[in-house]
Design a protein around this ligand. Structure first.
Ligand SMILES: [Zn+2]
Length: 136
């Protein structure tokens, strides 16, 4: 499916960004999706979880930002943008039926947060013992 392929690509992209940042685990992903009717939030989350399974992105918090699609009203030709599912969109000017005239088929990672391996402080050698005096 189209959505599955897009989301698989997004997870791959997130994992690539994680490696580039020397991370070992992804804690948060901000995903940008075009509101085009392909995805609902539930579907997007399901596909993300499926593709992230058994990868360092598995438990990442997914945040979705929707890019609005453009609609034009059949009745009054008013043009407007909406992030609602196409079947729920009506013209804000006259309440008429609106037709989607343009959308960005977008699915990309805007931001990730990664967890890095904790750097062990190798140089905390015990301070040299100062043998004090000893004279009596
Ligand atoms: Zn209208």
């Amino acid at each position: 499916m189209h959505e599955a392929a897009m989301m698989r690509g997004a997870v791959q992209e997130a994992l690539g960004q994680m490696s580039a940042a020397d991370g070992t685990r992804i804690t948060r992903v901000v995903l940008v999706l075009g509101a085009s009717g392909h995805f609902t939030e539930d579907v997007a989350r399901q596909h993300f979880a499926l593709n992230a399974l058994a990868t360092p992105a598995e438990n990442a918090v997914l945040e979705i930002e929707w890019l609005p699609a453009t609609y034009s009203c059949f009745a009054c030709l008013h043009t407007f943008a909406s992030v609602l599912p196409p079947e729920a969109v009506t013209c804000p000017a006259c309440g008429g039926v609106a037709l989607e005239i343009g959308h960005a088929d977008v699915c990309y990672i805007r931001e990730i947060e990664v967890e890095k391996p904790s750097v062990a402080s190798e140089f905390t050698v015990p301070a040299p013992l100062h043998v004090s005096g000893g004279q009596s």
